[in-house]
Design a protein around this ligand. Structure first.
Ligand SMILES: Nc1ncnc2c1ncn2[C@@H]1O[C@H](COP(=O)(O)OP(=O)(O)OP(=O)(O)O)[C@@H](O)[C@H]1O
Ligand SMILES: [Mg+2]
Length: 268
């Protein structure tokens, strides 16, 4: 999507002046994020930057200030459950699965609770098709406790997709995956977005984020320090400075930093 077209399309999710505090800690400070339909938006930043707090606020799991609009309607006062019903669905950084249900049943619960009529397939068929799409069909009858961390993450994504989200919030879905699994997952997610899903992707694997996202926001100490296309953001001085010293610093970025690229946000 070009920037001109981007500006013309009504956002599916619009976050304005989002704030999250834990006692004296300001975890998210005056954050503005826009997600347009059918786009994949990255949210990156060093450890403790406030990414999970942002998703917790969007999904209603933590108290926040500011405005959150889904398809133009305010949702900040809705319960987490009602936000999910409206199509705002999240995955968790540390997987929260039903351990006493099988992998298939975990996904089926989400498929059955989805009331939308977008899909004509029955919940059982839909659940199995989604498990196949993330490569977990052979593990369908196993207990989640027998899966690797990476597989558990994929199962969480499958469960999220089964509830037919309008916007999916993915908190580090690729952590625990090896390089090949991570790239496969990236291709899979990109294909879902190309088929109409809108998503916010939080991820420390910079190669993945820069490869597949349409637009990226960068947080540091709760504040937005930059936003732009992957090309703009990867050469942004503030972003590079925020990541210096991190082991996984821009794995695939071989370019030298440039001076004015990217849109820096100088919020007070
Ligand atoms: N429940 C909580 N109570 C108090 N402080 C918290 C709580 N959760 C997070 N914080 C603090 O808020 C800040 C933001 O944390 P958050 O988990 O949102 O960061 P993050 O960007 O998701 O980090 P990571 O990349 O490590 O997952 C940190 O300073 C963290 O210590
Ligand atoms: Mg986090």
């Amino acid at each position: 999507m070009t920037s001109v077209v981007r500006e013309l399309v009504q956002p599916i999710l619009e976050i304005e002046s989002l704030g999250v505090r834990y006692g004296g800690v300001v975890a998210v400070d005056s954050l503005n994020i826009v997600i347009r339909p059918g786009t994949l938006v990255g949210l990156i930043g060093p450890n403790g930057a406030g990414k999970t707090s942002c998703v917790d606020a969007l999904s209603g799991l933590t108290r926040s200030t500011g405005s959150i609009r889904l398809n133009g309607s305010p949702i900040a006062r809705l319960s987490p459950h009602r936000r999910t019903r409206h199509g705002l669905v999240r995955t968790f950084q540390s997987m929260e699965l039903f351990e006493d249900l099988s992998v298939f049943e975990n996904v089926l619960v989400a498929a059955e609770s989805s009331r939308t009529t977008k899909s004509v397939a029955r919940p059982r068929e839909r659940a199995m098709a989604i498990l196949e799409s993330v490569g977990l069909q052979d593990s369908a009858q196993r207990s989640p406790s027998t899966l690797s961390n990476g597989q558990r993450k994929l199962m969480g994504v499958a469960r999220g997709l089964a509830s037919q989200p309008q916007v999916m919030l993915l908190d580090e879905p690729a952590s625990g995956l090896d390089v090949h699994e991570s790239r496969d997952f990236g291709r899979f997610l990109r294909a879902r977005v190309d088929a109409g899903l809108s998503a916010l992707l939080i991820e420390h694997d910079m190669g993945l984020v820069f490869d597949i996202c349409d637009y990226i926001y960068v947080l540091e100490f709760g504040k937005l320090i930059a936003e732009g296309t992957p090309t703009e953001v990867r050469s942004n001085r503030k972003v590079i400075a925020a990541y210096l010293g991190e082991d996984n610093y821009f794995d695939s970025n071989k370019d030298a930093p440039s001076d004015g690229a990217g849109v820096e946000t100088d919020r007070p």
